[in-house]
Design a binder for this molecule. Sequence first.
Ligand code: ADP
Length: 396
Amino acid sequence: MNVLVINCGSSSLKYQLLDMTTEEVLAKGLVERIGIEGSVLVHEAPGQDKVKLEQPMKTHKEALNLVMAALVDPAHGVVKSLEEISAVGHRAVHGAETFSDSVVIDDAVIKSLEECSELAPLHNPANLIGINACRELLPNVPMVAVFDTAFHQTLPGEAFMYPLPYELYEKFKIRKYGFHGTSHKFVSQAAAELMGKKLEDLKLISCHLGNGASLCAIKNGKSVDTSMGLTPLAGLEMGTRCGDIDPAIIPFLVNKGYTVEEVDVLMNKKSGVLGVSGISSDFRDVEGAANNGDKRAQLALDIFHYRVRTTIGAYVAAMDGVDGIIFTAGLGENSTTSRAAICGGLKYLGITIDPVANSKRGEATIISDKDSKTTIMVIPTNEELMIARDTLALAK
Ligand code: ADP
């Protein structure tokens, strides 16, 4: 059974076709600049050269048409006909309180997704465009929506409620939702396997450290706290996002003459590692500059490591202990120095890192010493595979 996974952004579209008997990727690709001049599709299948197709794609439907054509193309395609696609899994960003799990898409789900759009005005409308275009192109194929927020619907009230007037929750659904749920769920399952234990018996902290970054406390397989909030702006310092700051800074800046929109852009696009270092939002550039003695680059990294470490401390308190800590996503999987810096301040948990194991990359591995009281792991995340697994389970 082949499952097509679609992740639709406002002007981009990522896809993967997986054979779910082996969980192998048959083909994957990326379309960029949809609706903008210079639209381009890059398609790749294992063992074949990349195919680049530059031609106008005014809408997501046009882009998807070309994706389908690439998948069945006699030269570089991987299936004979679209009938070999048994189901489609769509990444959906915000499921609000409506969706606590993945769901088979029907008209009622589409309507609920539209209602959730208010909470994710940048992401959900793009997801919906992708879903609707796919339903038109593959009308008889079952489709499943997999939400970034769903895994965190198990948060208890004390973790998800903001201490604002209660009517704001009732009127506007203002609460913590959390994101990266598909990734946190995937790596927690893989961690239990790697530790040779049952997920239901473990207290885990998952550190998804990429351009966007969040931590998740997972007790007995359930998310009990996470660092992002109503939006992905909350929590850790990120590539360009500020994470948690004193909320009074916002009216302070508005009183200084900034518009609310300017403050919004400033917090989302000009802050974080980029804002502090003044160099780049890319951790590799900032690590390079810090190694060359740049003090602000070093400060940006120190803030990042400090926040990850103190949030780990908070989640140990939330769960009354921790058995395993997982590092994942671009920085978590690749930066041996960041992992060492974060874990270096966790000696009180009885954590010791094996430097040889910590220097490995790209495979699920335990990087703590044998006698470390808490197991530290690096686990490559695979959100597409998690989406495909959920899709397979629901669309069968
Ligand atoms: P997102 O999906 O949120 O865009 P990724 O998970 O792809 O982010 O992570 C991207 C980040 O990971 C970038 O800031 C990049 O610099 C960082 N990264 C990737 N490889 C390395 C590395 N070898 N050392 C340090 N940082 C790395």
